[in-house]
Design a protein around this ligand. Structure first.
Ligand code: ADP
Ligand code: MG
Length: 206
């Protein structure tokens, strides 16, 4: 039982290793990075998502179409270029969503729920930004293992391949987790190391 379920150490986030991450044999590497920082895996499964699941996943947040469209148009502008399809963010994301459905339904994915202090922010930091070329720093999963760019993906009319999805905010995580996991697929358990990570005092070592 959690004595204070609102404690920040109980924050949860959704990670989905996308089909390219599975094909690149990066399941272990991704899990290792989140485990090593001290997060706890509380749910995991492999599945081939349906088109409907993918579309719902990306449109749970009504702002997603605008935010992702603006981010893409700005990435082009930063290079002195115009987006090749439209300057309207929602038109841009209309195309992105179609390619995302192809991308995420192309093979098995591994969906996971990670729990721990500031899980959403920490997981995003380890994951890196959306475009591996520009916004995923060296040292992040996307920065270290993906080489893709918007120009590459637009030229080939496909999604940016960036290995995995990670919830972008606490609200997004709270909406996404029940979309992928039933309540009984998420586990409440203790890791003994939590005493070292979160204990008010380090006790029981000597
Ligand atoms: P993130 O996954 O970093 O939260 P978004 O939510 O903005 O990024 O976009 C969802 C996914 O859509 C991205 O991870 C990427 O695979 C794909 N994507 C985003 N923007 C583009 C784009 N401009 N061109 C192609 N694919 C994109
Ligand atoms: Mg996102």
């Amino acid at each position: 039982m959690k004595t204070n379920p609102n404690h920040p150490k109980f924050e949860r986030t959704l990670v989905v290793i996308k089909p390219d991450g599975i094909q690149r044999s990066l399941i272990g590497e991704v899990i290792k990075r989140y485990e090593q920082i001290g997060l706890k895996l509380v749910g995991i499964k492999m599945l081939v998502p349906t088109a409907d699941m993918v579309e719902k996943h990306y449109t749970l947040d009504p702002q997603w179409r605008t935010v992702t469209g603006v981010k893409t148009i700005k990435a082009y502008e930063a290079r002195g270029l115009k987006h090749p399809i439209s300057q309207d963010p929602k038109v841009v994301t209309g195309v992105i969503l179609k390619t995302l459905i192809d991308y995420l339904t192309s093979g098995p994915v591994v969906a996971m729920v990670w729990e721990g202090a500031h899980a959403v922010e920490i997981v995003r930091k380890l994951t890196g930004g959306t475009e591996p070329r520009s916004s995923a720093d060296v040292g992040t999963i996307r920065g270290d293992y993906a080489i893709d760019s918007y120009i590459m993906s637009d030229t080939d009319k496909r999604s940016v391949r960036n290995i995995l999805h990670a919830s972008g905010s606490v609200k997004e995580a709270n909406d996404e987790i029940p979309h992928w996991f039933a309540k009984n697929e998420i586990f409440e358990y203790k890791l003994l190391v939590e005493q070292i990570i979160y204990g008010a005092r380090l006790e029981g070592i000597l």
